[in-house]
Design a protein around this ligand. Sequence first.
Ligand SMILES: Cc1ncc(COP(=O)(O)O)c(C=O)c1O
Length: 406
Amino acid sequence: MKIPFSPPYIDNDVIAEVTDSLKSGWITTGPKVKALEQATEDLLNCQACNAVNSWTSGAILALKWLGLTDEDEVIVPAYTYCATAMAVIEAGGKPVMVDIAEDMTIDTNKVRNAITTHTKAIIPVDLGGFPCNYPELKKIITSQEVVKLFTPTTDNQRKLGRIMILSDSAHSIGAKINNKSIANLSDITVLSFHAVKNITSAEGGMICLNLPAPFNNKELQHWFKIMSLNGQTKDAFAKTQLASWRYDVIDTGLKINMPDVNAAIALAQIRKYDYLLKERKRVFNRYSSCLQHFKWAVLPFQTKKTNVENAYHLYPLRITDISANQRDMIIQKLAEVDIATNVHYIPLPNLTVFKNLGYKISDYPIANKTFEHEITLPLYPQLTDEQIDFLLENLIKVHDCVKDIK
Ligand SMILES: Cc1ncc(COP(=O)(O)O)c(C=O)c1O
């Protein structure tokens, strides 16, 4: 029985939507992108969404909008995909890494200590689809002493008057806290529609705007649209309408628009969001109801808080009684029976690029400990109960077999 790690969800509706785009005579940014933006706004209860070609490019554009210089700092967790910190560097700022808490999201107690007069933004990461403690982060950035520390250097920073929260919601489309969508909990929320994500356009992302007054999110959406098209005031679709050729370029933008043919994939999927979530939850709960009986298994996202709704993107299991080497052996032995697993993540300070910038893993003990014991089980709607049980049976067997090997 073959179990891949994360195949995309491609059904006849996805194929029909893509075929419709291919046959329409228009394949780059146009009506499908508009429909996907609208569907995302509806799902996330957000006023203004702007599709782009990745989470990474969307986050870079959002940080460029805020304006960063090389003195400016942006707080990120040490335990995430490299893009979270890379976007900060690309936008001209300096990532300041903070350790995670036991729930694998940024430790809000450590965030406060990392804030300086140079801090301009925080990028919390909803790891595996589990939302960070946004209410607590909001409390920190709006507290009098932190607002006093804030030293704006651009018009948008001055207008905001405090540290911006830009959420890395690459994993968490649909997640909620207190029934509030993640897009309502930060200033800017960026989603990923990369091939392995809950909703995918093969490659893609979405910038969801929720900036407070005096910002006008609808007006800003227009600015983001223009800036994702090289600063050009009309997209190619608008320009090809009869006698509509004239345009202007108003600023130095990026070229990061999402093509319609990609948007079509995600559009067909997002219409089935409730069904896809229900199936993800089924897989997640089947893993948990079996693994809860094993002392060595730390189940993901065990929280006493009932007000948090996970998006069920990943199942990051932690196995307490093994070393990192033994974890790797488990991955290898499962691969030998055609079961694909993964690790989320190698902590950023362990990656060469960040080591060379001076970050040290010894400063992030929880991230390091989490990494050494972590193994991510496959989680997607197409997984059958039979496949899940086969995987669990093998995982338990392989664990028992490697745990005494040094
Ligand atoms: C936590 C996290 N942030 C950001 C990204 C980057 O997303 P994209 O590939 O759409 O740029 C990923 C992608 O895997 C991710 O897992």
